[in-house]
Design a protein around this ligand. Structure first.
Ligand SMILES: [Zn+2]
Length: 385
């Protein structure tokens, strides 16, 4: 529906205030007005509208907090529990869901496994809808899916998922039909990067590069506070940078890709060779064995650091990230391994850029995918709506 210019301006002001409350916390309306360059009259109107919708509170004591002494607060604050979204992470054979508030905090979760060979994407999406319906209450704004692979420009279809063997899955149509609320889908690792930038413990680091090491090596970038969606398909294929000359063939058709020497299937194969037995968490088990003096495990980690650093240094020289976060297999890797990786990345990067970049573990941990789906939904259905 076409909106009048007045409605457009009102919506813009509403967005600006909600985002400022999300990013800068509770503040008096005078501070909000100053920060956003809005007049006191405009601010009065916007705050009245948001109070009417139940999205903010003003003054008094935050509900549940202890009685405060001294001057009563005049802060406008976001009511994080006023609306909910559901974040969904689709992995290779697993789905995780979380009901999240307006700060993308997970209130309740669910998960299920599916049979990659035996269940169609439509069947899996129907199961997602069933699980989401069981989690949802009457405050649900919508659903955000973090899917493995590129999505269409309207955030409605997962165009391709190599590791799942799925093509053109219309997540939004199927979920909206089943649940009756808006649904959006985005590339899983870009969603994780967005979640870290908006809701993680990243202190405004920008650009932010998120690297997800699982079945493959995926990357997501947030630049200038916005998810980076280059070109037609909007993906950054860090995992397919060539880091080994005359290396092993990769699923993409090239050889020596980072994914062939850093993803979990490779780490699991190396752990079987070095340690014997079937690893549950190959990277953590290799790191533990190396720490206990196992030379073969240490050699595998040396190669891993070398190859990842080569790929990440390429990303540093191109994008100049302030912060690189590693998630997935790295969620449980020792801090010393991340420190080594950081040193190796800096040693291979351009002098001025190397001083700016930090390499750390994901701050959202195993929830990054679910919070990622929620972050995409919140951006598209609430804070940018
Ligand atoms: Zn490749």
């Amino acid at each position: 529906m076409k909106q009048s210019p007045v409605q457009d301006v009102r919506r813009l002001h509403r967005r600006l205030v909600l985002r400022s409350l999300r990013d800068h916390g509770p503040q008096p309306r005078a501070d909000l007005a100053r920060r956003l360059g809005l007049s006191p009259t405009t601010m009065t109107k916007v705050v009245a509208q948001l109070l009417g919708e139940g999205l903010v509170t003003e003054g008094g004591v935050e509900s549940g907090a202890a009685v405060r002494v001294g001057r009563p607060s005049t802060d406008v604050r976001l009511r994080a529990d006023a609306r909910h979204v559901i974040g969904v992470q689709v992995g290779a054979g697993t789905v995780r869901l979380g009901l999240c508030d307006l700060r993308a905090r997970v209130l309740r979760g669910d998960a299920f496994a599916f049979d990659l060979a035996g269940e169609s994407p439509e069947r899996v999406v129907a199961r997602i809808a069933g699980a989401a319906a069981a989690l949802a209450g009457d405050l649900l704004l919508g659903v955000g899916v973090a899917a493995p692979g590129p999505v269409d420009p309207a955030y409605r279809r997962n165009v391709l998922s190599v590791n799942l063997g799925w093509r053109d899955v219309p997540f939004s149509d199927l979920l909206e039909g089943a649940l009756g609320v808006p649904a959006v889908v985005d590339h899983n690792v870009r969603a994780m990067a967005l979640a870290e930038a908006r809701y993680g413990d990243t202190a405004g680091a920008d650009p932010l590069l998120y690297v997800y090491v699982r079945t493959g090596v995926g990357a997501g970038v947030v630049i200038g506070g916005r998810p980076f969606r280059p070109g037609t398909h909007g993906v950054a294929e860090l995992g397919h940078l060539r880091v080994v000359d005359k290396g092993e063939p990769c699923a993409c058709g090239a050889t020596g890709c980072l994914e062939t020497v850093a993803a979990e299937p490779y780490l699991a194969a190396q752990a079987r060779l070095a340690l014997g037995g079937e690893p549950v968490d190959p990277l953590a088990e290799l790191a533990e064995a190396a720490g206990e003096g196992d030379g073969r495990a240490a050699a595998v980690l040396d190669d891993l650091v070398e190859h990842l650093a080569t790929g990440l240094a390429g990303a540093v020289n191109l994008l100049n990230p302030e912060l690189i976060l590693l998630g997935g297999a790295f969620d449980r890797a020792p801090g010393a391994l991340l420190d080594r990786l950081g040193d190796a990345v800096r040693a291979r990067s351009f002098p001025v850029l190397r001083d700016a970049v930090r390499v750390r573990r994901s701050t959202l941990g195993p929830d990054a995918g679910v919070v990622g789906g929620a972050a995409v939904a919140l951006d598209r259905l609430f804070y940018d709506a």
